[in-house]
Structures are given as C-alpha cells and as structure tokens.
Design a protein around this ligand. Structure first.
Ligand SMILES: [Zn+2]
Length: 654
C-alpha cells in the first residue's frame, strides 16, 4: 500500500476516482465518451500476437494516442472481474519497450511494481511487451499451441486517464493455425478485430482464440407472461475447446438449454445481453484448472474433467447453471461494492452471500428443476450446506456479511503463511446458499406458497437488474444491503419479517430453523452418523513420534478442549501407542460417546497428559422423508413439488 499514490494524486492524473457514486460515475464516463463526439478521444488500440505459442507468451502492442504532456501512467491490473483476490498480473510482463509516434525510443520509469511511466513522447505512445501465461482458468492467461485463453486483466496493460476511451483490439493467428475468436467483445467487419466501449467492458471480456467447436442455440420461455417477445428468448453460444466428440458438444448445448430455460423462468425473462447473445467459453482440458467465471455477456468454464466422465459432467453442468444465473444476479443485479470494478485494488463487498451464495442455491435448484440432479443429490447438497453453517466455528466471530468481506483473502488467494480459516471462516458461497434456502422456505411457508424467493429475485431484477445501462459495462442502479432488505420487506409485505431475517441471519450470526423449514417439504435434517464416537473434525498425518494434527483443532471440539492444536502429536490414546490415523480410529471404534479417555501428546518438544471427553459425531445430513423411514404427507408433497418442480415449461426451441 505504501508505494501507491493517494486518491487526490490519481484524480489529478485524470483517473476516475474509485468510489464515485454510481450517478457521478455515469456522468463522468458519459461526459468523456459519446457526448463529445465532435472531438471523440482516440481509441486505445491493441494488437495481440503469439509468435511462439509453444513458449507460452503473448506479444502485445498497446497504442495510446492523444496523450497529454504529463507522463503516461501505464498499468497492469491487480484484480480481474469476478475474482475478489489480488493477483499482481505485472509479474508476468517482460521485454517492455516504448516508442512515440515517430518511432523514437521513450524513457520508462517504474514507480511501483504495477506501473510504467512513459514521458518525452510526441502525444502518442506505442507500448510493447511480452506477457507469460500458462494457467487455464477464469483469471489468468494461457498460451500454448492449442489456444490462447485470455483473461484481459492478465493480458493487457491500460493507461490511467483513458479508462473511458473506446478500445479496438486485433488478434493475429499464430503461423499455420486457423484459430477463431470467441468473446463478448463487439465484432467488426474483420473476424479478428473487436471493439469495447471502455476499459470496464474490455477487462470484463475473456477471449478464447483456438480451433474450438461452436454451438449456437436460442432458448424460449413460454408465452402468456407480460413480457415482450424479445425478452422471452436468449441466444446462447457455446465455444468448446476440449478433447471430446461432436456428440458431446450436442449433448452439452442441449443440457445448457434446459438449465437456461429454468433460469429464465425464475425471472420471467432473459437479460438484454449487450451484444445480442450470451457466450460460454468452455475449456475442458487435462491441463486446465477447475473454475467458472461470470461476465456481463459471457462466462468462462474451465476444468480438467472431460464431458465423457459421467460423474464430473454433473458438476460441470452445475457450474454452467451458476454462471448463467450470474447474468442476472451479480452482473446486472449488482452490488454497489463491486461497481465499478477496481483494477488497482480489491473490491470489498459485504453482499457476496447474495451475489455468490444465493446464486449457488439457485445452482442446486436449477439443476433439479431441469431434471439434471436427483432429489437425493439435491437434498444431500442442501445437507452439506446447512451442516457447514450450523457447525462451523467461524459463526462465533463473523456474520455472512463479514464473511463476504473476506473474499479478497480467500477467493483463489494464495499465501505462504499459515491461516486458521478452519475456525474463522465460512465460505460466503456456502453461507449464502444456506440463506437462500432458508429465505425461500420461509417465504413459501409463511405465505402458503404464494410468495417465494423467485419473487424476491424478480423484484431485485425489476429495481436493480433490468434498468438499461447508461454506460456499457456498468449497471445503472447497483444495490446495497439496505436495498436488498427493502426488497424483502416489499415482496413479503412484512417489514418486520425482513428486518428480523436480515438482523438475525444475514448481519447477525443466528441460524434459521432448518429442521422445521425442510420438514415442510418432507426433507429430514438428522445426524449423519448416529452413535459414532467423535473427537472433532481433525485431519491427522503421520508424525515423527506419533499422530500429528495436520490442521488447526476445530474450536469447540473435544480435541480442542483438551488443548491440542496443529502440529501436536498424539503418542498415546486410551493407553494405546499411536502411530497412524488408523490407530486413532481404532480407539474411537472401541469407545462410546460420553466416555472420557486419557491422551498423551507432544507439543513443541514437551510431553503433555490430558483427558479427552468423547462425543457423538454431530455432522448433519438432509434426506427425503420417504428415504428416512417416514411417509410423505400430501401437504409435504405439494410443497416440495411447487418448490423443486420444473418451472420452464414450454417449447425449448422456436
Ligand atoms: Zn459465482
């Protein structure tokens, strides 16, 4: 932080202040964009080529024209839209040079690790560099002989003060390839040249350059709703870079259509995609990392799993459902805390439980409604979610809003020091999904099924998501936590209910009555391993003298109460010498919950004796009542069908 210039200095250099109100931001961008057509600013022009794709780098030239007298401050981003941790993309940039409009070499200063200051130019700066990248995911750059998979913040520099300028970007094929482009960037007459309205839109536009398989399909929602025909259809493109077959591509786009139809049915209409369609860029390659990343009109899907793998395919589809739902929730129903996206620092957001977590809840719902997940699998997923929130120690310290604000530390962030997240953190995906479940069931329960979470999402959509953007790449009306609370008050017709829900479960640290709520749908929340003897959810590894705790001891567990923690080694348990994790299990199998047994352990070179009060494993699961030896009542069946049943009825294809 110390090396960064202060906000006033940045404003003076022409960069938009980061925390303008949305209206002020729009006015600032609008003033410097089309309004001043008479002397429209010169676009920023990029040329991206791959002279040696086998060596995993891109060659980039960025041309900035109409540059003022002050040094041009050229930056690599530190964050990528949709990813909440800092990633310091400048570390992959090398072979940097700059010339002016007459080709004269320019001096480059390095005021901080992310920036190149260029001065002495004639009003034009041509900035050239190479950038290494070998990570296939939703954040980084990957170049090899099969593709260039470009996340723009990891690939392109930009210049302070030129954030609102239009952009033109041309890609050059590596010699001997017939690669094509898949992107949400606007096409031009040249199939390898694209435009973006401004930096926000450019950086939000991941681009796949390869010999991908393309499928295009239009999905329709049923008629009979008060929605214009254009809003009832969505054109979806799938650019698939994988080692699988054409038949797998056909099957995937068909399943995408099912999921998309169910997602559309939640809102009653599709977003008005800026470029007329939504693009999935899917790289299912053995050398890809598992990821899904949402953008305004596209999503990146990466995985080392193949479509031919039946088990993994369901999780690939779950990611597709999640990212497509983001087209409404997060990309358009967007928290003010993420708007505009900050390329110089982390955006901290207290609303990720709603933006990400509720999206994860809908991921489960859409998969079931689309017929792609069984009731048992869906119930099991709800069980894992509810179990994590009810039992995780992190709830003692932080609310779902607080957990959301930790995203810059946990969202694909990497550290070299140890952390205690096991005790201090609950994923906002998990907690938010649990809140979505609780809110949906509560609304249905208290209204006799008349009002649901879908109604809440629709109201959020009408207020925040649907208004057309005044500046491309930015939402017109981002929401706040207060706005979401007000939406719940309005949709439920009961401000006291909304206040209680937000105060207790969202901003507070209580958990809803999941047993009662799930029971309305004939789902049973119960102990997963009744009678099983337990000392805590601890990971053990072989130690030097005994069995080592390889992670923090879970707060509140028997082993934590006894005083053991990470790296302590159990050498004796219940009078038995401990050499492996299996030895611990052996003792637990012989003992009952409620028993107290002696333990001897080594801690930082000293030997400690204590006693361990064993308990019953508190882990929870959710199962359908009819699988738990019970019977489903008519009311439970009706509740369940209204909740989990298909909604997107009607023809798939025009
Ligand atoms: Zn997400």
């Amino acid at each position: 932080m110390g090396t960064r210039t202060g906000p006033s200095a940045r404003t003076a250099s022409g960069r938009l202040p980061r925390r303008l109100s949305p209206l002020a931001l729009i006015l600032a961008l609008a003033a410097s964009a089309p309004a001043a057509r008479a002397q429209a600013p010169a676009p920023v022009v990029y040329r991206v080529s791959f002279p040696e794709p086998q060596h995993r780098y891109a060659q980039v030239e960025a041309v900035f024209a109409g540059v003022g007298a002050a040094p041009l401050e050229i930056r690599m981003s530190r964050a990528s839209p949709g990813r909440y941790a800092l990633h310091e993309f400048a570390r992959h940039v090398f072979d940097v040079h700059a010339v002016d409009g007459r080709g004269r070499a320019l001096a480059i200063e390095r005021p901080n690790p992310h920036q190149w200051n260029v001065s002495g130019h004639d009003g034009m700066v041509r900035f050239g560099y190479r950038v290494y990248g070998d990570t296939v995911d939703g954040t980084f750059l990957a170049v090899d002989t099969t593709h260039a998979h470009m996340n723009m913040p990891a690939t392109l520099v930009w210049a302070r003060g030129m954030e609102s300028r239009p952009v033109r970007i041309a890609f050059e094929r590596p010699a001997g390839t017939a690669w094509r482009i898949a992107t949400q960037l606007r096409p031009t007459g040249d199939p390898l040249t694209f435009t973006a309205a401004n930096l926000q839109y450019l950086m939000d536009s991941p681009t796949e350059f390869s010999d991908f398989t393309l499928r295009t399909l239009t999905v329709w929602l049923p008629e009979g709703r008060a929605v214009p025909a254009a809003r009832r259809e969505a054109t979806i493109r799938l650019a698939l870079h994988h080692g699988g077959s054409e038949r797998e591509a056909d099957a995937l786009i068909a399943d995408i259509a099912r999921v998309a139809r169910e997602a559309g049915a939640v809102f009653g209409e599709f977003p008005d995609y800026d470029v007329g369609h939504f693009t999935f860029v899917a790289d299912y390659l053995p050398y890809a990392s598992g990821d899904g990343m949402e953008h305004r009109n596209s999503a990146v899907l990466t995985s080392s799993a193949a479509l031919g793998d039946g088990v993994q395919r369901a999780s690939l589809l779950g990611t597709i459902a999640h990212e497509f739902f983001h087209g409404w929730n997060t990309e358009r129903i967007r928290p003010r805390s993420l708007e505009p996206f900050d390329f110089e620092d982390a955006n901290m957001s207290g609303e990720l439980w709603l933006a990400e977590g509720v999206t994860s809840y809908y991921e489960s719902l859409l998969m079931h409604r689309a017929g792609l997940a069984s009731l048992e699998d869906t119930a099991a997923e709800f069980g894992r979610t509810v179990d994590a929130v009810i039992r995780s120690p992190g709830r003692r310290f932080r609310s779902a809003v607080d957990m959301s604000r930790l995203a810059p530390f946990v969202d694909a962030a990497r550290w070299v020091d140890r952390t205690n997240w096991e005790n201090l953190y609950i994923s906002y995906y998990t907690w938010g999904a649990a809140l979505g479940l609780a809110l949906d069931l509560s609304l249905r329960d208290r209204s006799g099924g008349r009002i649901t979470l879908d109604d809440f999402m629709r109201l959020m959509w009408r207020r925040y998501g649907r208004p057309a953007p005044l500046v491309e790449g930015l939402v017109a009306v981002p929401y706040t936590l207060r706005g979401a609370r007000d939406c719940l008050a309005d949709v439920s017709g009961d401000p006291a209910f909304a206040d209680a829900f937000f105060d207790r479960f969202v901003e507070g640290r209580d958990v809803a009555d999941y047993e009662g709520l799930l029971g309305r749908a004939g789902l049973v929340l119960r102990r997963r391993s009744p009678g099983r003897t337990w000392l805590g959810d601890v990971a053990f590894a072989a130690g030097r003298r005994g069995v080592r705790l390889s992670g923090p001891a879970p707060l509140g567990s028997p082993i934590h109460r006894t005083g053991l923690d990470q790296d302590d080694e159990i050498v004796g348990l219940d009078g038995v010498v401990m050499r492996s994790a299996g030895d611990v299990d052996g003792v637990l199998r012989r003992r009952k919950p409620g028993d107290t047994i002696p333990v001897v352990f080594e801690r930082r070179g000293g030997r400690v004796s204590g006693s361990l009060a064993l308990e019953e494993d508190p882990a929870l699961e959710v199962v359908p009542a009819e699988r738990a030896g019970g019977a489903l009542t008519g009311a439970q069946r009706a509740f369940r069908d209204a909740w989990l049943g298909e909604k997107g009825v009607g023809s798939l294809f025009p």
